[in-house]
Design a protein around this ligand. Structure first.
Ligand code: DX5
Ligand code: ZN
Length: 226
């Protein structure tokens, strides 16, 4: 399972060093949480395309960068994130009126397209779009901030997507990646890997006062290989 850091618990004045430290530790995928002060329930504002562009320049072209858009108007400003250099735009299915068109537009610009759903949203909201999606992201917390508790009740949804994606691959379709976000730490990483998750976002479990990114990542890898 790939581990990708969310930077919400980082010191934003030190982001360049944090990126260097993550890459030094072996991270090759960065997850950027964009909140516009409107879409998430607690009205958080995080950052936007300007910071993402700087992060892309800092990490270089070989690191995979995604942006998780928790915004009301992804259909109007998705192109700003592509311009900023992300490899994958992940949009909330609850916030987009015409997913087919947004996926097509992203692909026409050479950007991967992912869809994410809140804990309360059923898998059926995304399943019709699966054949064209590069990634599905399952939220295992209500989006809005780092450090929340993992919702183990997402298991059924994860297994639903896993079997739908496996059938799609068996019939020659796209190998849509399955990702999870929220509350993942060393103690539950193996659990979600067993559900069939291929990429796990880890925020407070990687960037914290307890250890370096390398130490925290090693703890997760140990748990995965136990
Ligand atoms: C939730 C965000 C995150 C999250 C991850 O709103 O999408 O990516 O903050 O952080 P942890 O791992 O601390 O839950
Ligand atoms: Zn996220």
């Amino acid at each position: 399972m790939i581990i990708t850091p969310s930077i919400l618990t980082a010191d934003f004045c030190e982001l360049g060093q944090t990126m260097d430290e993550a890459i030094e530790a072996g991270i090759d995928w960065i997850h950027l949480d964009v909140m516009d002060g409107n879409w998430v329930v607690n009205r958080t504002i995080t950052f936007g395309p300007a910071l993402i562009r700087s992060i892309r320049e800092r990490v270089g072209p070989d690191i995979f960068v995604d942006c998780h858009l928790m915004v009301t108007n992804a259909e109007e400003n998705w192109n700003q994130y592509v311009d900023a250099g992300v490899d994958l735009v992940i949009f909330h299915i609850e916030a987009v009126k015409d997913p087919v068109s947004l996926i097509d537009k992203l692909h026409s610009r050479g950007c991967q397209a992912g869809a994410v759903l809140n804990p309360a949203t059923p898998a059926s909201a995304i399943l019709p779009y699966l054949p064209n999606l590069d990634l599905v992201l399952i939220m295992s917390v209500v989006p809005g901030k780092g450090g929340q508790s993992f919702m183990a009740e997402m298991e059924e949804k994860a297994r639903t997507f896993r079997s739908a994606i496996d059938s799609q691959i068996d019939s020659g379709g796209l190998a849509t990646k399955l990702m999870i976000d929220g509350g993942i730490k060393a103690h539950n990483a193996a659990q979600v890997a067993e559900w069939g998750i291929e990429v796990a976002v880890v925020g407070s479990g990687l960037i914290n006062d307890k250890g370096s990114i390398a130490e925290n990542l090693a703890e997760i890898h140990d748990a995965l290989s136990a």
